[in-house]
Unconditional design. Structure first.
Length: 68
């Protein structure tokens, strides 16, 4: 059986991020934030992305920061 893989917030495109329910419509902002501030080292940093405060908690299981 194939386990669903998590979306790496450090390498995913805006479209891949938009496919995650809690990030829908915010993929561009995540990619822009990553480009301006560098790699995410913890998923809690997504709270700092404009428009995402309080919206990410339910999606953490589907996300990763990869090997930091």
């Amino acid at each position: 059986m194939n386990e669903p893989s998590s979306v790496n917030v450090n390498t995913a495109s805006a479209e891949e991020l938009d496919a995650v329910p809690g990030l829908r419509g915010h993929g561009f902002e995540v990619v822009r934030y990553r480009g301006e501030r560098g790699r995410f080292t913890d998923l809690r940093q997504l709270e700092e992305v404009p428009g995402l405060a309080g919206k990410v908690d339910g999606s953490r299981a589907a996300l990763s920061v990869g090997d930091v």
